[in-house]
Design a protein around this ligand. Structure first.
Ligand code: NAP
Length: 271
């Protein structure tokens, strides 16, 4: 996989929710490599978060860890206060934290429904609201970016591909698609850019059961025209671009990073 990250974010301050693991960790590293100071939010895995901070610092970057549950309003508000107290403001939010809770529909408990909605959708709302408040308080800083602020939401191909057994997850990501677009429409005139990345199958702990044996991996590859499972860095490089002025005219867009999974590969032959 080609690795191309330019120093497009020097001086900017970024918060990555769920930044200790999988896609979020790759995003945190890539933002730091592009010159941003990075706050790494985690829920439970403090060791992973601290190891990332050490890795960023070893490369000459600046990073902090912040424990917070993105579904809890008081914790989200406190997390933003901590970033602002530390670095004066925030320029980039990557709202990435997300969970899956598999269950056949008739067995799905209200707790399984609620927990996925709380993290994947309410968490996006709470974090984006605090970010927009801070962007508006601070205004544009032309030497950092021509936008007042940037939000990148981590959605999923399941914002448009239905997913049996994951009705809660697909509903949360489908909701996120319209959340992102409606928010982008509302704040674009204030020079705040809101966009999303929608990953396909990326090799991370969240979907280990889909790739951990050769048979499972072979089955998964049938859904991916490009014939490889994605690497977290595939998503991270796109997030750096969406957070930078190189994408300044990209507003309310979803970038599918999926090796072609959304191209209906079943229709390649016949159909
Ligand atoms: P992951 O490795 O399991 O990471 C999930 C992250 O979310 C972890 O950092 C976790 O923190 C954090 N988190 C969970 N609940 C939280 C909460 N209540 N508050 C704050 N943080 C919380 O999975 P991943 O694959 O990187 O997933 C990242 C995002 O990508 C998710 O939104 C997911 O839906 C999306 N996505 C992934 C794929 C894929 O193929 N991997 C495809 C499409 C979309 P702790 O580790 O501390 O619990």
């Amino acid at each position: 996989m080609p690795h191309i990250i330019e120093k497009s974010l020097v001086g900017q301050r970024a918060l990555v929710t769920g930044g200790n693991s999988g896609i979020g960790a790759a995003i945190a590293l890539a933002l730091a490599e592009a010159g941003a100071r990075v706050a790494i939010n985690y829920l439970s895995n403090v060791e992973e978060a601290q190891a990332l901070v050490a890795e960023i610092q070893a490369s000459g970057g600046e990073a902090i860890t912040i424990q917070a549950d993105v579904s809890q309003e008081d914790q989200v508000i406190a997390m933003f206060q901590q970033v602002i107290e530390t670095w004066g403001s925030l320029d980039i939010l990557v709202a990435n934290a997300g969970i899956q809770q598999y269950a056949p529909f008739v067995d799905m408990t209200l707790a399984q429904w609620d927990s996925v909605m709380a993290v994947n959708l309410t968490g996006q709302f709470l974090c984006a609201r605090e970010a927009v408040k801070e962007f508006l308080r601070r205004g544009v800083v032309p030497e950092l970016s021509c936008a007042t602020g940037k939000i990148v939401c981590t959605s999923s191909v399941h914002d448009i591909i239905p997913w049996a057994g994951h009705v809660n997850y697909a509903a949360s990501k489908g909701g996120l698609l319209m959340f992102m677009k409606s928010l982008a429409q509302e704040v674009a005139h204030m020079k705040i850019r809101v966009n999303a990345v929608s990953p396909g199958a990326i090799r991370t702990p969240i979907n280990r059961s889909a790739w951990e044996t050769p048979e499972m991996e072979e089955n998964l590859l049938k859904l991916i025209p490009y014939e490889r499972i994605g690497d977290p860095a595939d998503v991270a490089q796109a997030v750096v671009w969406l957070a930078s002025d190189a994408s300044d005219y990209v507003v309310g867009a979803t970038l599918y990073i999926d090796g072609g999974m959304t191209l209906y590969p079943g229709f390649r032959e016949g159909g």
